[in-house]
Design a protein around this ligand. Structure first.
Ligand code: MG
Length: 268
């Protein structure tokens, strides 16, 4: 069921968006060559405790999961692109890191993700991140009253295809509210003019993710981490966005211009 939020509720969702943005900003500042993924998770966990927030991940136990997730972040490195379970791994020069974070503040959830390279970037990785970021920006720009979900999907898919990337439709965006995942599903490609008509009060996570060479994936033996079928690297960008009469409101917007992706940033 698709739920719409009142303007008052949208206001109540802002602190969660701000908190998630702050955590993402902090992680993008500290992630570097030599840092262990478990340290990143510990930093986010500490910020959750200090804020009195609740993790959406730690007890997350969907039907496909072997056990509760147990961490507060998804950290996906190189050929891992989604749902990366933080583990004892030290980031190396040139690693492509994607971090996904969702938390609840005052009973409302926000969800956001970003990709970055630690150390010396490969040009093709910067291209992948840049296309993914532009796809997110295009999706957000299409999140306007009167458009349909298909317009968001088509905008994302168009950027991906123009950038030479294939789109996997298995995982995509979703409604966000009291819980992390709700209706509607927001695929990363689709046909304009199709699907649910966007109304003020709809809140969705838009999350393009792409892999260099393939749209095929598999699940790692850890039961969570999604990897590309051919070992190519992936990128993932996500914001939580509210549809308003005044246009898309990016609840997880990061106002910190200091970004390790430099001028690659478009959707942040
Ligand atoms: Mg997310």
């Amino acid at each position: 069921m698709i739920e719409l939020r009142t303007p008052t509720q949208i206001e109540q969702m802002r602190p969660a968006g701000r908190f998630v943005a702050d955590v993402i900003t902090r992680l993008s500042e500290v992630a570097d060559v030599g840092m262990n993924l478990l340290e990143l998770d510990a930093i986010a966990h500490r910020m959750i405790r200090e804020r009195g927030a609740e993790s959406c991940y730690i007890d997350y136990h969907p039907s496909f999961g072997a056990s509760p997730f147990g961490k507060v972040l998804c950290t996906s490195v190189n050929d891992a692109v989604l749902h990366g379970l933080p583990h004892d791994y030290v980031l190396a020069d040139g690693d492509l890191l994607s971090v996904d974070f969702a938390a609840s503040v005052d009973g409302w959830v926000s969800d956001s993700a970003f990709s970055m390279v630690v150390g010396t970037p490969r040009p093709e990785d910067l291209h992948l991140i840049e296309v993914t970021d532009r796809a997110l920006a295009a999706g957000i720009a299409a999140t306007t009253v009167g458009n349909r979900i298909g317009d968001i999907s088509a905008a994302i898919g168009e950027v991906a295809r123009a950038g030479g990337l294939k789109v996997n439709l298995q995982f995509g965006g979703h409604g966000v509210g009291r819980t992390m995942h709700g209706d509607p599903h927001v695929p990363n490609d689709g046909r304009p003019g199709r699907g649910f008509k966007l109304k003020p009060g709809l809140v969705i996570a838009i999350e393009p993710w792409f892999v260099h060479t393939t749209d095929e994936i598999y699940t790692d033996a850890d039961g969570w981490t999604i990897r590309s079928a051919d070992g190519a690297r992936g990128a993932h960008m996500e914001h939580t966005v509210a549809v308003t009469e005044d246009g898309p409101l990016v609840l997880t917007a990061r106002d910190d211009a200091r970004d390790r992706r430099g001028e690659q940033v478009a959707g942040a």
